[in-house]
Design a protein. Structure first.
Length: 284
């Protein structure tokens, strides 16, 4: 019998060399059913009982707003969205379905795209409410999350944090930066000056504006050996894609790969907070 595929993950965040606060936030979590037995016979049955893991959730958020409000925004968004998904997603991996009558169709979880989109909108509302309560109504955050229900990967994204996939020597970026510079580049033949502030001006975020976020959603079927990475722009300001790919391809523990990328970004100046989260499969 082929061994079950499990997902292992690791993350690291660092304040960098310039900032006085770390306004990044991240989450690495296993979603699973559980129950707490308060009373039973025999007494040995009491306690916390966990079921099989149903999915792995990865989240990276990069707060903005100044005076510490970015730190609040990113933490509020991560906790709100994780809580929403914990209470709304189908719990069993058996909920993966394929389209009837469609040969080789990719498995899906019915309704999950809508739930991910709603989770981001809920996060936007909560960040705005927290901003009003703390006197920082324009605070906001980017957020990129990946939900793995093996072998299916769902990505939901707002802002300029990124999600990458390394597969058999090739690096793929699964998200698009929601910056004004990227918008211009998509509609104009003239390149935007790399030094332009437009590269850091977001048109899509959680909080930070009166408009609702427009989530970017993607679904992909993973393969054994794939490596997934989420990161804040504190990494990508300094480290280019070829170097990211080289580190993701290393056969060392994920925690060591995260640490290496963070260290290299700091060596190149570390002018922003730096967060890296990675995940890959392992056979049990």
């Amino acid at each position: 019998m082929k061994p079950a595929v499990r997902v292992e993950a690791a993350g690291l965040t660092h304040i960098g060399r310039v900032r006085h606060k770390n306004e990044d936030a991240y989450l690495v979590a296993t979603l699973q059913r559980s129950m707490i037995v308060h009373d039973a016979s025999p007494e040995a049955a009491r306690g916390w009982v966990a079921g099989e893991p149903a999915g792995t959730l990865l989240v990276v958020a990069d707060g903005m707003g100044g005076q510490g409000s970015g730190e609040i925004a990113s933490q509020v968004a991560v906790s709100t969205i994780a809580g929403y998904l914990l209470n709304s997603m189908p719990w069993a991996a058996a909920s993966l379905t394929t389209s009837p009558g469609v040969r080789d169709s990719a498995p899906s979880i019915v309704g999950l795209r809508d739930e991910l989109s709603t989770a981001l909108v809920t996060g936007d509302t909560t960040v705005k409410q927290a901003g009003m309560q703390t006197g920082a109504p324009r605070m906001g955050t980017t957020l990129t999350m990946a939900l793995i229900v093996w072998p299916v990967l769902y990505v939901a994204h707002v802002g300029d944090t990124r999600c990458y996939l390394w597969r058999r020597g090739e690096l793929m970026r699964l998200t698009t930066d929601h910056t004004v510079a990227q918008q211009i580049a998509e509609h104009s033949p003239q390149p935007v000056d790399p030094a332009s502030a437009l590269h850091h001006m977001l048109w899509n975020s959680l909080g930070g504006s009166d408009q609702l976020p427009i989530p970017q959603l993607a679904k992909l079927v993973l393969q054994e050996g794939d490596v997934l990475m989420l990161c804040s722009d504190g990494l990508t300001k300094h480290i280019r894609d070829p170097e990211i790919a080289a580190v993701m391809a290393m056969e060392v523990p994920l925690a060591a790969r995260c640490n290496l990328l963070v260290s290299r970004a700091n060596d190149e100046g570390g002018n922003d907070n730096i967060t890296v989260v990675m995940a890959t499969d392992r056979a049990d």
